[in-house]
Write a protein that binds this ligand. Structure first.
Ligand code: GDP
Ligand code: MG
Length: 464
């Protein structure tokens, strides 16, 4: 029977939200369920991700069985750590988001914050379904803790004063969300799951709400991704998250294998700063599960790996690899040609976010995701762009970027366009010198919205 032999893919879930809302703490607490749930299955820390096997999850969601039964059919959940907003930008696969589902963490004490709003808009743009973890419930007035309990049950044991305090804060947040065109409601009280996003009250400190959070994630992922949960025979989908130099391995890439199977001797194609990179995998790696402390080597070698998984690839010629690029298999000549075309069309698709014009600012970014975010911003602000690149800024890129501006008489030229917006990449020394000599302003930042602020300020200076 064909149906029975179907391999199910683990849903990919990412956690995002404003800094200090408790993303890391919640994730640590989720990992702590390993200890809580006893021996069953080993939760493994992966490359930029954590893999939760279904046995561990089952123990937790059991606690919600009475009021909110959910059943996990996939082998587990792959939860992606997104340390900052920018790295979430890299969670893109061909044309959409790499995440099947997201957990947006909001601090109950602070309500909606800058990055919460940005995350909300990003999720909306990518059409990623999500749950809101309303975190730090233990900080409400007179909270009585029961570690790792369902927060639905915890709430029943709270005083009237606590309920007043919680409801007051909760209603404020619901209003703020509504002001931004998002309907949301407590998951156990949801008037319409199709149009209202579920809210789960949580505490990263006491672990309360972890069972509820997992139940909601399981329920919604099986609802939203039925067909996408089956690993297809010839499907392959893999996204480069980071490019890293590792002692003994050289330059490596960290990637999320979203669908399909990757093998140790595969030939691959991905985007480089100067065009497509063709290379052959030297080693296919994952970190050892946390419990195997006796193992001396840091990474476990594999002959093959199935999706979904966080993986590290060691291969020659990865120095110029671009994070955010899709990675394609290229084992035959045909595959290689297709892969090269796809890599370039991915890049061109991002570049097409803006129409390049003769007179406009230049843009350089370190990753495809950050480039996309920057171009979105520039388009929204109607700032013309003359040139786009990923990778280090050379003298040549400045010349190309600002050709028309530089040709103008410095006294008459539109100074606000004599500017390069540089995100998280090196500026080569001769480029810096050339820019200074020619009255070109180079703005640099490691956080996208800082770069946006800097440009707004620069334009004001130009006008004065
Ligand atoms: P992140 O920046 O979103 O990863 O936030 P962290 O996980 O680093 O948490 C920021 C701070 O909030 C830390 O001091 C945590 O101990 C604290 N924190 C996180 N979650 C909770 C919670 O549920 N309750 C309380 N009282 N503190 C929390
Ligand atoms: Mg953190």
């Amino acid at each position: 029977n064909k149906k029975q032999r179907e391999i199910l893919r683990s849903p990919i879930v990412c956690i995002l939200g404003h800094v200090d809302t408790g993303k890391t703490t919640l994730l640590d607490k989720l990992r702590g369920t390993n200890v809580q749930g006893g021996e069953a299955g080993g939760i493994t820390q992966q490359i930029g991700a954590t893999y939760f096997p279904s046995q561990n999850i089952a123990v937790e969601i059991e606690k919600c069985n009475q009021h909110y039964p959910a059943e996990l059919k996939a082998p587990g959940l792959l939860v992606i750590d997104t340390p900052g907003h920018e790295s979430f930008s890299n969670l893109r696969t061909r044309g959409s988001s790499l995440c099947d589902f997201a957990i947006l963490v909001i601090d109950l004490m602070h309500g909606l914050e800058q990055q919460t709003l940005e995350s909300l808009n990003l999720l909306k743009m990518r059409k990623t379904p999500f749950v809101i973890a309303l975190n730090k419930i233990d900080r409400t007035y007179d909270w009585k803790t029961e570690e790792f309990a369902s927060s639905y049950i915890s709430f029943k044991n709270q005083s009237k004063e606590n309920k007043n305090d919680f409801n007051h804060r909760y209603n404020q947040i619901i209003t703020q969300l509504a002001e931004n065109s998002f309907n949301a409601a407590l998951y156990w009280d949801n008037p319409d799951p199709k149009t209202y996003f579920p809210i789960v009250p949580t505490s990263g400190v006491t672990g309360e709400g972890i069972p509820d959070l997992l139940s909601v994630v399981i329920k919604y992922t099986s609802m939203y991704m039925k067909s996408r949960m089956v690993v297809k025979q010839d499907a392959f989908n893999c996204t480069v998250m980071e490019v890293k130099k590792i002692d003994g391995l050289g330059v490596t890439i960290d990637a999320i294998l979203v669908d399909g199977t990757i093998r140790q001797d595969d030939k691959i194609v991905l985007l480089g700063f100067n065009g497509p990179i063709k290379t052959k995998i030297r080693a296919l790696l994952t970190p050892y599960p946390m419990k195997e402390i006796r193992v001396k080597a840091e990474y476990e070698h594999h002959n093959f790996i199935h999706a979904s998984m966080g993986i590290k690839i060691s291969a020659p010629d990865l120095e110029e690899a671009v994070a955010g690029s899709q990675l394609y298999l290229a084992n035959t000549n045909d595959e290689e040609q297709t892969a090269i075309d796809l890599v370039m069309s991915d890049y061109n698709q991002v570049k097409k976010k803006v129409k390049l014009v003769n007179i406009g600012v230049g843009v350089a970014a370190s990753t495809l995701g950050s480039l996309e975010a920057l171009l979105d911003f520039l388009e929204k602000k109607k700032i013309p762009v003359s040139y786009v690149s990923v990778g280090p800024v050379s003298k040549d890129s400045i010349t190309k970027a600002l050709k028309s501006v530089l040709a103008d008489d410095p006294k008459k030229r539109k100074q606000e366009y004599a500017c390069m917006l540089v995100f998280d990449v090196k500026i080569l020394p001769d480029a810096q010198k050339y820019a200074e000599e020619n009255g070109v302003k180079i703005l640099t930042a490691n956080i996208i919205y800082h770069l946006q602020d800097q440009y707004v300020k620069y334009v004001q200076e130009c006008e004065e």
